[in-house]
Design a protein around this ligand. Structure first.
Ligand SMILES: Cc1cc2nc3c(=O)[nH]c(=O)nc-3n(C[C@H](O)[C@H](O)[C@H](O)COP(=O)(O)OP(=O)(O)OC[C@H]3O[C@@H](n4cnc5c(N)ncnc54)[C@H](O)[C@@H]3O)c2cc1C
Length: 467
């Protein structure tokens, strides 16, 4: 047995240290691509245990990859350099809501949906709502700076974190921020750590900001026969003085896939479907809904549906939630992208995506959080088909290029991980990436924390075929 394994077993006992192939295999993948076996899986349950693990890792030069629930779409929790897989999902789940301060203090293993429920019990709301909220951990959300439909009005995870407890790559404990909404003491390390994809430390506790839960919501759906008009509806609504909480989009391929998968009464002849949610005081949203309806009528959206009850609203939202399982029936491999563009460029981006679909003959479907310009162009393909995967790789590279050409970004919410690392310089430039590397080197001199993520290895290309 390696000395490091002896030390890990002495710390956590045999019950929380796994070296059998079958156990390691269970931690070798996420919701994206690639399979990488860790040498050992450990399940820490306290900050002190994480500290000791980090010290062992530094002593023996082992990589450490934190993992929440493995729902990442960019390869973040893949142990690409082997080493220690830190299973953070077994950590005791604790949510403490301090209603008078409008904050919640949570442990990293807590599922996001449980934070939503705990906040609601106090008449409060934790706005970030990734579609994976029922299965992903807050630790993963923090590391990826996850977003969701409500990002349009409220922002993303970063906007709701005011304090963190972190174990640094060298095994020290550090607290950033605090429990106050305003805090300008020193550099904002909280914001640096959120979205750092597990490369700068292990998050062991977080203090989250809550807001009053809006007393009422109103859901609307509108269908369009062309994308350009749907684009006008988006910009006219967003400049009308009304800020919806959510504005989601499905293209025709998604509509058809949902109707094949579970008929939901969606208009299959439409090219674009918008789902809008307004929230606020009941009297205010009544007026706002009328204002939005007028815009949709002027643009000849058909049909326009205003949900009359919670059940009707749930039915409309469940159609949107069915997109992921429905498109998975098109082909077995899903390449889920999250290119994001300025909102005025959405129609151009949609044109570019149409062209990419034709040029590379790929099954490209588009849905997403269109109100904030965050599209999900997903390519459905078959990983066993080498020739198709080469076309998919080229199409993905073109999607990134299109987003950057239009003043957008590679990733609105899924992170860089391994999947987008080769494209970082195209967005941030040489100096930008070099500055990120210098920060990483200062935090993690032995390159222990989640190596192989964000920064491309020399000559690294996008390859979706490595199993
Ligand atoms: C069906 C589906 C829908 C999704 N919808 C959305 C969406 O709407 N919006 C969105 O943004 N994303 C979405 N995602 C992506 C994914 O759910 C998020 O990135 C989520 O935050 C990952 O959480 P996780 O617990 O699964 O973390 P993992 O996938 O296990 O890990 C993600 C990253 O976090 C790091 N990490 C995990 N825990 C810690 C910790 N305690 N300390 C430091 N680093 C840590 C890992 O190293 C890794 O880099 C979706 C995924 C799926 C499969």
């Amino acid at each position: 047995m390696h000395e490091w394994e002896e030390q890990l077993r002495a710390l956590l006992s045999d019950k929380r240290v796994f070296t059998e192939l079958a156990d390691r295999y269970s931690y070798s993948f996420d919701a994206s691509f690639g399979e990488h076996l860790p040498e050992v899986v450990v399940q820490p349950k306290t900050t002190e245990e994480v500290q000791t693990i980090m010290k062992i890792a530094n002593q023996f030069g082992l990589a450490v990859t934190p993992r929440g629930q493995g729902t990442c779409l960019s390869g973040g929790p893949l142990p690409v350099k082997g080493g220690i897989l830190l299973d953070m999902a077994q950590w005791p789940r604790e949510i403490n809501v301090f209603a008078d301060d409008l904050i919640a203090v949570v442990t990293p293993s807590v599922l996001t949906a449980d934070i939503h429920a705990a906040a609601e019990n106090h008449g409060l709301m934790y706005p970030p709502d990734p579609s994976s909220a029922h299965v992903s951990t807050i630790g993963g959300n923090l590391a990826e700076n996850s977003g969701g439909p409500r990002g349009l009005k409220y922002g993303v995870t970063k906007d709701f974190v005011i304090g963190l407890e972190i174990v640094t790559p060298e095994g020290e404990v550090m607290h950033t921020g605090g429990r106050t909404i305003k805090n300008v003491t020193g550099y904002d390390l909280t914001k640096l750590l959120v979205g750092s994809e597990g490369t700068l430390g292990v998050i062991t506790k977080a203090t989250l900001k809550l807001v009053p839960k809006p007393p009422a919501v109103q859901t609307m759906m509108a269908a369009f026969t062309d994308m350009a008009t749907a684009g006008k509806a988006i910009s006219k609504t967003l400049t009308s003085g009304v800020l919806p909480a959510k504005m989601e989009f499905m293209d025709r391929a998604c509509i058809e896939a949902v109707e094949r998968y579970r008929p939901s009464g969606l208009p299959t002849a439409s090219e674009a479907l918008l789902l809008i949610e307004l929230d606020g005081h009941p009297e205010t949203i009544k007026l706002e809904a009328e204002q939005v309806k007028q815009i949709l009528l002027e643009l000849k959206a058909d049909p326009i549906i205003t949900a009359e009850s919670d059940e009707e609203a749930q039915k409309l939202w469940s159609a949107r939630k069915l997109v992921s399982p429905a498109i998975a029936t098109i082909k077995p491999t899903k390449i889920s992208e999250d290119a994001t563009v300025p909102r005025s460029r959405i129609p151009e981006m949609m044109e570019r995506l149409k062209q990419i679909k034709e040029d590379y003959q790929v099954e490209l479907v588009v849905f997403g959080h269109i109100g904030d310009g965050n599209l999900h162009p997903d390519i459905m393909c078959d990983q066993r088909d080498e020739e198709e995967m080469i076309r998919a790789e080229k199409a993905v590279a073109e999607i990134f290029r299109a987003a950057l050409d239009l003043g957008g970004t590679l990733s609105g919410e899924h992170g860089i991980g391994t999947m987008k690392a080769p494209f970082m310089e195209q967005e941030m430039g040489e100096v930008g990436v070099s500055m990120l590397k210098r920060i990483k080197e200062a935090w993690d001199p032995n390159n222990i924390m989640n190596p192989g993520k964000i920064f491309a290895e020399k000559g690294q290309k996008l390859v979706l075929r490595d199993g």
